[in-house]
Design a protein around this ligand. Structure first.
Ligand code: MG
Ligand code: MG
Length: 254
């Protein structure tokens, strides 16, 4: 069942979205060669708790950390670890919060130092596809319009779209209906209604679209070992234009 949010609930979701954005910015400041991904997780947990919220992913379905940290060929759900980031890596940081009974959820893929031009293009195209998808997230459109916009742009640029993992509704629960695939056909799927709040989260691979699950049951990696990027934000469905609750401003204007 799709839950339509009240204006008051949307504002609480926006507070969560902004706290996640600020947390990602804090993590981003610490990203550099030599830093362990476990350290990034500690920074995020401290920052979230200092702001009176709770990490949304910690213990969610048994996930044991605050952040999903997915380096290079890890697509999503990576475990923070003793791995030291190195120059040329890309690192997707996915973060959730619970504040005032609602959830926040967004993700940003950071470059560690200098990255090669093809990888830079992967990040740029994935991020732009998120905005192209969001442009379609207006009342009266259909879910397929979002995925179609993302898929078309990413494939035009020579990249591939992960099929097994998708975006979702968000509210009192982290993952609510409906699912928001990053692929699809224009004009297909459920209709979007004012007051729905969704997470759009393209997971885009430099090589093939296929993935596999690591032995720890969480880390999702590309089948060909090539890099994957992931950006995510929260959008409230309105008439005419999307209301993007998340901002990457704190990350990018540091
Ligand atoms: Mg999500
Ligand atoms: Mg997420």
């Amino acid at each position: 069942m799709i839950k339509i949010k009240t204006e008051e609930e949307i504002e609480i979701l926006r507070e969560n979205a902004i706290l996640v954005s600020k947390t990602l910015a804090e993590v981003g400041k610490a990203i550099a060669p030599g830093v362990t991904t476990k350290r990034l997780d500690e920074i995020a947990e401290t920052f979230i708790r200092d702001h009176g919220a709770v990490p949304g992913f910690l213990n969610y379905g048994g996930f044991p950390y605050t952040l999903c940290i997915s380096v290079n060929d890890t697509v999503v759900h990576g475990f923070p670890s003793g791995y030291c980031l190195k120059e040329g890596d890309i690192v997707s940081v996915d973060c959730g919060t619970i504040y005032k009974g609602f959830n926040g959820d967004s993700a940003y893929t950071f470059a560690v130092g200098e990255i090669d031009p093809e990888t830079a293009k992967l990040l740029e195209v994935t991020k732009k596809s998120l905005y192209l998808g969001a442009q379609q997230a207006v009342a009266g459109n259909r879910i397929g319009d979002i995925g179609f916009a993302i898929q078309r742009y990413c494939e035009e640029n020579g990249f591939s779209v992960v099929r097994e993992l998708v975006g979702h509704g968000i509210g009192k629960r982290l993952h609510e209906s409906p699912e928001i695939p990053n692929y699809g056909r224009a004009g297909q799927g459920k209709k979007l209604h004012e007051g729905m709040v969704i997470c759009i989260e393209p997971m885009i691979n430099a090589g093939v679209k296929d993935i596999y699950l690591e032995d720890n049951g969480w880390d999702v990696r590309t089948a060909d070992g090539k890099k994957s990027a992931h950006f995510e934000f929260m959008v409230a469905i309105r008439k005419g234009a999307p209301d993007i609750l998340t901002t990457f401003e704190y990350i990018e204007n540091k």
